[in-house]
Ligand binder design. Structure first.
Ligand SMILES: [Zn+2]
Length: 437
């Protein structure tokens, strides 16, 4: 009765079949956008392009990009929802909102059909990660405006027993895990770590005393970093599944299947491009670039060539699970988080690899950027572990050479005592920029 979340014909199509299907859906989306949205009509006119100009899938590269700023500006200039909207208000049934840096919530509207598609999409991702009707799932994400809240409905659709916990104190959450034998939960990598440490401080060993088998994580790059995954998995005695979410399309948009070798998309809903962030040119498979997404079925507010600001790479090789839909090799970082140190691009996730793989470190880390003689100087702060087996000078040298091997620069390193750096309960703040603005 739940087999509809594993559609073998759809999920194992050849690349050619996927592209044919996407071309058909993209034509429909472009037609909807240019006929119903004043913004898209004007933007296409300004770029001398029309929906009819899409003959092959690659023709998408002729269409203009949009980004978060576009969404915010259109909402401000054409209130209340912005003129990218393609349906009358009576067709809309749900709005999620993301606040962004300005604090002004940007609306993401859904029709009833969009909402159902979204929850089917989540159910499909959860199924691919091995969630089954026999699982007890505790959804511990924020429900206020945030698009991650309703993702729980996807888990219910596939038949899991769901508990809508929301964001409650860690001690209460752990009590729920213990009392009802929760098998699956979803959080950020930082919080999974924090929650595991909190459990230990309460005398609960997460690996032995709790029944958690799977932890889904999103919101930070750590879920695809092997060193981070391994440490969290050992702490919990559970398997970690990395997810990628984008509030402006769906909640979770890509997730790890049971082979856990990259994050699958459902390409019948979303068209994925990876571009050079400087030139806007499409990059080949395997190269790191900015993730650009186009919704293929959303009707309330289709997004066409939405620049996410996330740096990723992808593969279209058939996965061991049999699925052929495109996989990301994880999220390497956000353009906003990227530091340029003496001409070298450094992502906090690169340093995370260094911090997590040395067993003489606790795994916590922070990057402090200062300026000397107009040059950026990077200081990596890490903590030595309680049972550190080498002297601090040796440890410092290890971290410097490990950074050099990973990113090609030798930063300053500050070794701190355990529990010195602030612990995150949601997304960790890993970069402190002390340069004059
Ligand atoms: Zn797979």
């Amino acid at each position: 009765m739940y087999a509809k979340y594993w559609d073998e014909k759809l999920e194992t199509m050849s690349r050619e079949q996927i592209r044919d299907m996407q071309l058909k859906l993209l034509k429909e989306t472009l037609h909807l956008a240019s006929s119903q949205s004043p913004y898209y009509r004007k933007s296409f006119d300004e770029h001398s392009i029309s929906a009819q100009d899409l003959r092959r899938l690659d023709d998408i590269s002729k269409f203009p990009f949009i980004n978060k700023v576009t969404l915010r500006q259109r909402q401000e200039e054409t209130p209340p929802f912005g003129d990218l909207v393609c349906v009358p208000e009576e067709k809309m049934v749900y709005l999620s909102a993301s606040s962004g840096s300005t604090g002004v919530p940007t609306a993401s509207p859904f029709t009833c059909g969009d909402f159902d598609d979204w929850q089917d999409y989540e159910a499909r991702l959860f199924w691919s990660s091995g969630m089954r009707p026999t699982d007890r799932y505790c959804h511990a994400l924020n429900f206020t405006l945030f698009v991650g809240g309703p993702d729980v409905i996807g888990a219910q659709k596939l038949g899991a027993l769901c508990i809508w916990a929301g964001t409650i104190p860690s001690e209460r959450l752990l009590t729920i895990f213990q009392q009802w034998g929760i098998t699956v939960t979803w959080t950020t990598p930082s919080y999974a770590w924090y929650l595991g440490e909190t459990a230990l401080s309460m005398g609960i060993d997460p690996a032995k005393d709790l029944n958690i088998k799977k932890i889904f994580v999103a919101g930070e790059p750590g879920g695809s970093i092997p060193e981070t995954r391994q440490r969290i998995e050992e702490l919990w005695g559970a398997d970690l599944y990395d997810y990628y979410g984008l509030s402006d399309i769906f909640g979770a948009c890509a997730g790890m299947c049971e082979a856990r070798d990259g994050l699958h998309w459902a390409e019948d809903h979303i068209l994925v491009e990876v571009i050079d962030p400087d030139t806007g040119e499409e990059l080949p498979e395997g190269e790191r670039g900015e993730l650009v997404l186009t919704s293929l079925k959303k009707s309330a507010r289709p997004l066409i060539r939405f620049r996410t600001g996330d740096i990723v790479s992808y593969t279209t090789e058939r996965c061991d699970c049999g699925r052929t839909h495109l996989r990301l090799h994880g999220i390497h970082g956000r353009l906003d988080d990227m530091l340029i140190i003496r001409g070298v691009n450094v992502f906090p996730s690169d340093i995370e690899v260094v911090a997590r793989k040395n067993s003489n470190l606790t795994g916590e880390f922070r990057l402090v950027v200062t300026e000397e003689k107009h040059l950026a100087v990077l200081t990596v702060e890490v903590e030595h572990s309680a049972g550190c087996k080498v002297d601090l000078k040796t440890l410092e040298d290890q971290v410097v050479s490990s950074c050099y091997n990973t990113v090609g620069i030798r930063p300053k390193v500050r070794i701190l005592p355990p529990d010195t750096l602030p612990r995150a309960t949601h997304k960790a703040k890993r970069v402190v920029d002390e340069r004059a603005k």
